[in-house]
Design a protein around this ligand. Sequence first.
Ligand code: NAI
Ligand code: MG
Length: 348
Amino acid sequence: QTLKIGLIPADGIGREVIPAAKAAIEALGSDIPKPQFIDLLAGWETFTKTGVALPQETVDVLRNECDCALFGSVSSPSKKVTGYSSPIVALRKELDLYANIRPVLSVAPEVGQQPVVDLIVVRENTECLQEVQTTTDTGKEARATRVITERASRRIGQMAFELALARPRKHLTIIHKSNVLSITDGLFRETVRKVPTLPGIDGKYDGVTIMEQLVDSAVYRLFPHHVSENRVFDIMVAPNLYGDILSDAAAALVGSLGLVPSVNAGDNFVMGEPVHGSAPDIVGKGIANPLASIRSAALMLRHLGYTVGADRLDTAVDQVIREGTTLTPDLQGKSSTTDVLEAVLRRI
Ligand code: NAI
Ligand code: MG
């Protein structure tokens, strides 16, 4: 039996950190089925060379041959480029990876102690403001149409309730801004609220406590400013754009974007992806933090049910962070990507 893993490093530091995740998976040996990696193209550089950011072959191979995938990061230009659109946005849609699950977890000072930050941002991944953008011929007016549907809100809501159920605190916060965006965010909020009453749920989510928080004050409450304000959030479920912003903000709490992993999950496929981007400011210097990608590999394996392998990756990463002697500059260390990878491999 083999585990076929599509590798899409894409652009920038994606090419430095995805090979590290690959090496970490290979080090697991018989804890997972023998991994077989398939290299696939996507991204800005692919676009500049071929005119397409997401080749059809990449989608086909992922869909027909792979059990799962790891995605690095893309360098999307901030100006409109004719013919280009973000391949990660397209890929999430093509494979119907409707949930972006982003655990933000600090390492406990000692084994067995409570981590200071331990929350999961559950981001809707297929709609919202990223959907439709237009501009007039004069270019003096631009619009983006925000799409929120009951179907997408319901399934991300259900995913969030399932995740809450598996957590000790079983606490779900719905993030929205329906005081202003009462129609779109109102639909999101109402739909998520109604998930426990759906047919077939039969009281399954009764143990989950539900809270609501407007997105702006949610960012404020992420940062503990009062002793009693620690650990307000457990699971945060949010529409696409809010979830994106919240998870980068939450990353600041654990010290670096280079630590925060995610999976893009659908009912039939899972793709690990570090939350960070292509980091043009450090690309090519050999100092990108590989830990977010290794944690994304762990999250992907966990999602597929390979708990032992996932635990071994996470434990090795935690040990390296706790010891603190081999860290990249984003964590105030002096080590390179390779040094950190080797430290992780030794602990695996
Ligand atoms: P970014 O996440 O690439 O970088 C933000 C800051 O965090 C930078 O100072 C960077 O050096 C640092 N950083 C990020 N990951 C790191 C790591 N692994 N190790 C050490 N330091 C790390 O976000 P930015 O600068 O806003 O975007 C850069 C490019 O990335 C843009 O083209 C953007 O479109 C793209 N991007 C792609 C994403 C994806 O592929 N899913 C997600 C976010 C941004
Ligand atoms: Mg982001």
